[in-house]
Design a protein around this ligand. Sequence first.
Ligand code: KG4
Ligand code: ZN
Length: 339
Amino acid sequence: MVVLGIESSCDETSIAILKDGELKANLISSQDFHKLYGGVVPELSSRAHIQRLQPLIKGALQKAELEKSDIDVITATAGPGLIGALLTGFIYGKHLAYALDKPFIPVNHIEGHIFSGFLMEEKPEYPFLALVVSGGHTMLVIVNSETEMKILGSTIDDAVGEAFDKVAKMLGLPYPGGPSIQKAADRGNEDAYKLPISETAGRYDFSYSGLKTAVLRLINKIKPTDGELDDQTKFDIAASFQRAAVEALLRKTKKALNAFPVKTLCLTGGVAANKMLREGIQKLGEKNSVKVVIPAFEYCGDNAAMIALRGEMLYNAGESFPDEFEPFPEFYSKYLVTD
Ligand code: KG4
Ligand code: ZN
């Protein structure tokens, strides 16, 4: 079976092809020009997706040595994401499916991230605990099977990736903020400033607005009135922020591991590229004697391989959608539910 995956929820246009469960292509075109604006400009993102979708589909088919007519199932991200961006890939996929007379499966982007560990050779074992950390979401999810997931907690304000992006902007570091903060933090002292580690008492939810505000207050307090922060101060703030942000994730994950007997701990989403977090999760898993699965970098950030994989799972589970189904920013499947 050949599955085509389309991802266009934010600033990555990505096309993937799975053939009999094997990933044959996963092309990712990042819209780097958003750097000029310090963040994603939705209208420009949609336009870039429209320009890039067709050549990427052609390129992916070429790479996989397949023809359009070989495609059996088409899958695309239906949400969450920027509505204009979602519409481009979704409508493209839906119409391609119509033209080829093949089934079309809408996929929840977060579910794509949750199951991205299955793209690795060493696969997660059920039940597993997924820590999903991206620009739009921070979530702890217990995954019992392909069709049974329970959200333990999620962000009540800013997502962790969003906090990295906003703090980078405050420090004048380039977008996307995650990699910039990590790079700056490598040269800084994480003990330089004491920043709050968020605690949502007794719950598994996350909050990052307090930490973000604490960084802003700190910058305002120490910034010279007639100038900029010096580089070393920026590195120290980045390191102190990174530690507080990562520590909050590790504490909640530890709490969940203690409360739920799982076989695997999975770290997924764009922020899973963070070195300190990867190391922390690895150690946590080892301490709790659970297997740890962290996808390779190309499957952490937004990619269509995870969408094709999740779409294939849903297709095999007998999922189907009415022709008039549309993508929307808060699209959730019936499988990913809160208690
Ligand atoms: O999953 P993703 O590609 O897109 C969304 O679904 O949001 O995640 C993007 C987020 C951005 O906020 C980016 O700053 C963050 O992932 N990120 C990182 C790192 N690399 C990317 N955050 C921390 N450390 C990194 N190395
Ligand atoms: Zn994502």
